[in-house]
Design a protein around this ligand. Structure first.
Ligand code: ASN
Ligand code: ZN
Length: 303
């Protein structure tokens, strides 16, 4: 937060943070006006401030994770500003990275509440920024599902209380329907996919946890299932973490994303990249390399 004198109303507080060395800053904006979030009081206590404070705080946490765990200075590793827009649209049940910045909806209050309240949501969107600047996985079919999976996996590593995505942003209506989170890495198939996707799967209509449940979707449905088939990779990562823990999982997957994967990498390429990353970091024949392979074996990606 920074403070400045305004000629009209005395002191104005802004969600603008210049305190991090070699970082251009962390900024949070009001989407309807496009201007930096401001308040006349340092506490930002108004209801309308809540979403902005959450986005600001969560993006700093994600920035610190990448810096402290991976030595990465912001999304581009060159200290680019971290910009977030809140209060986007009306009853908007989503958040997105648009290639340059994060945007969060308020939710409709029933299915979802303000999306910036989720640390895993912020981490998911910001990881899209890391991916754009590294592997740059194409956002369709298997490369797109990998892109989505890396966002979910780092979302779950950074918001490390559980292996669920979105548990803090589900609204009362969703919860009444048994939807406690958006996706689960530990048990993807506990949730149904949208009705439009069902005919392209095995008929059960659940998120897939194995290649034998892969959804063969056309490009015009979720870019060929990027948010659906990602669950197969999510579950591989979860399985590996059960063997070696979250920290080593993060090291291995970060190396694969930033060193080996390319825009057209598919699931088979991901298996190779992730096992190779484990070998690089922990050695050939290490238990970490075995755990990396075991995760992919579990979900039926065998070569
Ligand atoms: N929240 C979604 C995502 O980050 C929005 C989208 O589909 N682009 O993947
Ligand atoms: Zn995403």
């Amino acid at each position: 937060m920074s403070q400045s004198k305004s000629p009209k109303s005395g002191t104005v507080f802004q969600l603008a943070d210049y305190a991090h060395k070699n970082l251009d800053g962390i900024f949070t904006y009001d989407a309807p006006t496009g201007s930096l979030f401001t308040s006349n009081s340092a506490s930002f206590k108004k209801d309308y401030d809540r979403a902005a404070v959450d986005a600001h705080y969560n993006s700093e946490t994600v920035y610190h994770y990448y810096l402290d765990e991976h030595g990465r200075n912001s999304l581009d590793d060159k200290g680019m500003a971290i910009n977030s827009y809140v209060h986007y649209g009306t009853n908007y049940n989503n958040a997105f990275w648009d290639g340059q910045q994060m945007t969060y909806g308020d939710g409709d209050g029933s299915y979802m509440i303000s999306l910036s309240a989720g640390l895993d949501v912020a981490a998911h969107e910001m990881t899209h920024g890391v991916t754009t600047n590294t592997a740059n996985l194409q956002y369709r079919f298997e490369p797109g599902a990998l892109n989505e999976a890396f966002s979910d996996i780092f979302g779950a590593l950074i918001d490390d209380a559980n292996w669920e995505i979105g548990e803090d942003i589900m609204g009362p209506g969703a919860k009444a329907d048994g939807r406690e989170s958006l996706r689960s890495l530990s048990d993807p198939s506990k949730y149904p996919v949208g009705a439009a996707y069902v005919p392209y799967g095995n008929g059960k209509g659940k998120y897939p946890a194995h290649m034998n449940e892969f959804y063969d979707l056309p490009r015009n449905l979720d870019n060929g299932g990027v948010h659906i088939n990602s669950s197969i990779i999510n579950h591989a990562a979860y399985t590996t973490a059960q063997d070696i823990g979250r920290e080593k999982l993060g090291k291995i997957y970060y190396r694969a994303l930033t060193v080996y994967l390319t825009p057209t990498s598919d699931f088979s390429d991901a298996r190779k990249a992730i096992i190779q990353s484990a070998v690089d970091l922990y050695g050939d024949g290490s238990s970490e390399a075995a755990a990396a392979a075991n995760g992919f074996n579990k979900v039926g990606i065998l070569e």
